[in-house]
Design a protein around this ligand. Structure first.
Ligand code: RM4
Ligand code: MN
Ligand code: MN
Length: 523
């Protein structure tokens, strides 16, 4: 804008986060029309996205860290119940995360049956439980420094097996139906351990755990190429994982963690191989640039994520025998608010899943059979490049969740309330009262997604006088005060309270405001 000789640059506005119903309906209609022209039925895809479910990890609701440090965030959950409370928010806003995957003993419940009950009241259940033999716990008798299941000492292996049996017991009480075993076992230097025998020992220990699986349970083996073992991890790759799952039995399957591959590995190919032999059991979604980075799913390689989902959706449509994937998230939130990160992640997964549903597999097969490389690739690219955001938003809406989860989360003020509550000493949490008179989106978000008790005031106070609303400029403030004071001069001053409500300018001290606006004689 030009004013005289000087140029005023408008204050940058935050990028608008669209969550407007009328806009949404227009966008959805446009997408429906576009898909219709291509012979796609949007309804079918919306309904599929509505059914998509992924479990959230209990260990990702606090800020993560690296071995160089952790930057805790205000308002982080301080215990398992608070993590469940946060998990319920993710489910409420995305409509797609009805289960939590627990890490034992990080998030070991004191009373699993009571936790299960509480979770049910929050609309949550439990997915695979995760064991932990990659650290020594306080009071632990024998150390895992040189391995757990692969250790040369039978007593250490026994301790690790007992831990797994305990994790299964906890999972049983929670209503979980699977255990995920990720082992840190491996060596840092050539010669440190027998490459062959260490694997045999792992397999033997796992068969004891497998034998203890309750009816209906599955065991997932999770591979990882390196870290913390930097020379040779025992369960290093999907081949090792598959060997284990095959030697254990039908209820053992492989879990693919997207971050557990060396750079440039074709993960969708691994997924296809495992699907082909009925051994794809579970997923840990995340994204990475270099290694086990545990970044937001779809943040680095969204096309790769889509291609993985393309394999999964084909298996789903073909009703491949043994296909019952346990979709889970495994991330570490180092710099983002863990809740926002999780909301972004679920959104990305819903988008990739929706896009995979746009692939016409029959047409793709025709091009594959006729050797038309360009058209075959175009089928995939066309689906990937379609903006399915309105469709995914609609699926969420129909599930009673949010059009735009991150926007709804920010509008709800949830984190700010948790900062106050969770910073407070037990029993001294402040009560926060939000008052709203109009159903504007922010107020609605507060009431729908805030964990508040709602009281509706639907009767007017006795003797209520009509309310006069006036918009005044700051310059006429003093005359307004005069008018108001005249108007209330008949009130009994000792019983009356007179408040000016005005937005606080953080540059002014309270004292200055008091001096400017508070009249002597009134409280
Ligand atoms: C590992 C692996 C496991 C996870 C631990 C915390 O790298 O991804 O799945 O439970 O980290
Ligand atoms: Mn993992
Ligand atoms: Mn990992």
């Amino acid at each position: 804008m030009k004013t005289g000789n000087s140029t005023t640059i408008a204050t940058p506005q935050p990028v608008p986060i669209k969550a407007n119903l009328a806009d949404h309906e227009r966008d959805l209609a446009a997408l429906a029309e576009r898909l219709d022209r291509r012979g796609q039925i949007i309804e079918r895809v919306i309904e599929s996205v509505r059914r998509f479910e992924v479990a959230v990890p209990s260990w990702a609701f606090g800020s993560g860290g690296t071995r160089f440090g952790r930057f805790p965030m205000a308002g982080e959950p301080r215990n398992l119940i608070e993590k469940m409370e946060d998990a319920a928010v993710v489910h409420r806003l995305t409509g797609g995360t009805p289960r939590v995957s627990l890490h034992i003993p990080w998030d070991e419940p004191d009373d699993p049956a009571a936790l299960r009950q509480l979770a049910a009241e929050m609309g949550l259940g439990f997915d695979a439980v995760n064991s932990n033999t990659f650290q020594d716990q306080p009071g632990q008798r024998l150390s895992y420094k040189l391995g757990s299941f692969s250790h040369t000492d039978a007593a250490v292996r026994r301790q690790a097996i007992d831990h797994h049996l305990h994790v299964i017991e906890v999972g049983k009480a929670l209503g979980a139906e699977a255990i995920t075993v990720w082992l840190a076992d491996g060596s840092n230097y050539p010669g440190q351990m027998s490459l062959r025998r260490s694997f045999d020992r792992v397999r033997d220990c796992l068969s004891e755990v497998y034998a203890a699986l309750p009816a209906g349970w599955r065991l997932f083996t999770e591979h990882k190429p390196y870290e913390p073992a930097f020379y040779a991890s025992v369960v290093q790759d999907w081949g090792s994982s598959l060997l284990l799952a095959q030697s254990l039995g039908d209820r053992a399957q492989c879990l693919v963690d997207l971050g557990h591959h060396l750079p440039n590995t074709n993960i969708e190919l691994i997924v296809a191989r495992l699907l082909g032999v009925g051994k794809l059991g579970g997923f840990h979604f995340n994204d990475s640039k270099y290694g086990d980075d545990d970044l937001t799913a779809g943040s680095i390689k969204p096309y790769a994520l889509f291609l993985v989902f393309h394999e999964l959706v084909q298996a789903e449509r073909e009703r491949l025998p043994g296909f019952k994937p346990a979709y889970m998230i495994d991330q570490s939130h180092n710099i983002k608010d863990p809740l926002e990160d999780m909301l972004q992640t679920v959104d990305q997964l819903q988008l990739a899943y929706a896009k995979a549903h746009l692939v016409d597999n029959d047409v793709l097969e025709v091009y594959q059979n006729s050797g038309d490389v360009v058209m075959a690739e175009r089928i995939l690219k066309d689906a990937f490049e379609t903006d399915v955001r309105p469709l995914v938003a609609e699926a969420r809406l129909r599930n009673g969740a949010a059009l735009d989860p991150v926007a709804a989360f920010r509008a709800s003020g949830y984190r700010a309330r948790k900062v106050a509550e969770r910073a407070a000493k037990a029993g001294h949490a402040p009560h926060v009262l939000n008052m709203t008179a109009t159903p504007i989106p922010r107020s609605l978000a507060l009431t729908l997604y805030g964990e508040l008790d709602i009281s509706v005031i639907d009767t007017k106070p006795l003797g209520r006088q009509p309310i006069i609303t006036k918009i005044v400029s700051p310059n006429s403030m003093l005359s307004l005060i005069g008018v108001t004071l005249n108007g209330i001069s008949n009130l009994n001053k000792t019983d009356s309270f007179f408040f000016f409500v005005q937005p606080m300018d953080k540059n002014k001290t309270v004292e200055k405001i008091n001096n400017a606006y508070f009249m002597p004689g009134f409280r």
